[in-house]
Design a protein around this ligand. Structure first.
Ligand code: SAH
Length: 381
């Protein structure tokens, strides 16, 4: 049996202090920013001005903040907008409609985010942790373990940065405005609970306090940390919950999603249905299709029985290749049969596209390896 992953909400519990980044305005709500600006000896309304540049105009260069007195610009930007993410590399595929960004954080940690343009929307997939402690054996991020939680602003800044890329018209054939955010990058968002919830509040707050996205356009994906799912349901938020189920039975799920050793399939589904009932939002059930592992017809039927009549939608994800993995994606006919059985059981089911596969930017492929551009410092940081 695999050992239980560390399910700590606080990395300090590991006995070492993670190096958190400098404070940034996106860590604070608007009253918090106003208090800070006042402490810095500036009038409180400057907080709104700087916030409007950052969230409203997607501007972070102090020279472009011409409504601020020249003398105050650099200082305010230095205090409120310290550099959190330094771009290391950007890779694009799908004619530029999918772009993966690799960032270096202030302590040398590396994280990745993915921008995906569609005809009707622009989605960014962001990371909530550097690495991940959940140890799912088919996921590249899980193999290296957890480095640290990201700060609220490090999470938000990925979206703001890529919103700027979209606004520059870089994603041809897509609207220029970022509309959707999915917490499906590196890390387990509910293991970094308070910072992720604060980040969601920044993403949905109207400008200048935040990015002004719709709550319905934000998806939090989890391995199934039951107490955290219940806590999320009690926030005054109604974001979409995605549950990485991957197996309908405990025996297999214990192996594929080791946290199942702590919270079983029935418990995590109960929490998901309570989340759906409280928020009115359909829960998305994620299921990676792994050849001869979890793709048998009987597992489709069992899954169908568990989900029938529930406020749920199944997203099948063809397994993406990861380094050293012993598993393959299910053959297409097997996948089609799985879909057919779920639909026969009355369960709404779709197969997720494999956006970003060529650039290792698809589900489960984010490993933040900085080595392919010869940047060995980043790779070992
Ligand atoms: N920790 C969260 C967020 C990661 S989201 C979670 O597990 O939900 C990424 C999604 O991709 C999850 O459903 C994850 O299980 C899935 N995934 C991981 N590795 C994959 C792979 N190799 N192929 C397809 N999907 C994968």
């Amino acid at each position: 049996m695999t050992s239980l992953p560390l399910i700590s909400v606080d990395p300090d519990a590991r006995g070492r202090r993670p190096a958190m980044p400098p404070r940034h305005l996106a860590d604070l709500d608007l009253p918090g920013r106003q208090a800070l600006v006042t402490e810095l000896g500036e009038p409180a309304f400057r907080a709104k001005q700087v916030s409007n540049h950052y969230f409203g105009r997607l501007v972070r260069d102090p020279e472009r903040m011409t409504d601020l007195p020249a003398a105050a610009r650099k200082r305010l930007a230095g205090e409120l907008l310290p550099t959190l993410l330094t771009p290391v590399r950007e890779l694009a595929c799908d004619d530029g409609a999918t772009r993966k960004a690799l960032w270096r954080l202030h302590d040398g940690s590396l994280v990745e985010s993915v921008l995906m343009g569609y005809p009707d929307r622009v989605t960014v997939c962001i990371s909530s942790q550097a690495g991940c402690g959940m140890a799912c054996p088919f996921c590249a991020t899980g193999q290296a373990g957890l480095t640290r939680n990201l700060s609220t602003a490090e999470i938000v800044d990925q979206a703001v940065y890529l919103a700027g890329v979209a606004a520059s018209g870089a994603v041809a054939g897509s609207p220029p405005r970022l509309s959707h955010v999915v917490f499906m990058g590196m890390g387990e968002p509910l293991a970094n609970y308070s910072r992720v919830v604060a980040a969601i509040r920044r993403l949905v707050a109207p400008a200048p306090e935040g990015l002004g996205l719709s709550q319905r356009h934000i998806t939090v994906s989890t391995v199934g940390l039951v107490p955290a799912i219940r806590r999320l349901a009690s926030e005054d938020l109604s974001v979409t919950l995605a549950l990485s189920l991957h197996a309908p039975d405990d025996e297999l799920r214990d192996e594929l999603v080791p946290v199942n050793q702590r919270w079983k399939v029935s418990e995590v589904l109960d929490a998901a249905w309570d989340y759906a009932a409280t928020t009115g939002r359909r829960v998305s059930i994620e299921y990676a299709m792994i050849k001869d592992v979890n793709d048998q017809p009987w597992r489709a039927d069992l899954l169908g029985r568990l989900l029938a009549g529930k406020l749920a939608h199944v997203n099948l994800i063809p397994l993406n290749p990861t380094p050293g993995s012993r598993w393959d994606a299910s053959p297409k006919p097997v996948e089609r049969e799985f879909v057919r059985r779920l639909r026969d059981a009355g369960v709404s089911t779709t197969v997720r596209d494999t956006r970003g596969r060529e650039i290792d930017g698809a589900c489960g492929q984010l490993a933040a390896a900085g080595d392919t551009d010869g940047d060995s410092r980043a790779a070992t940081a």
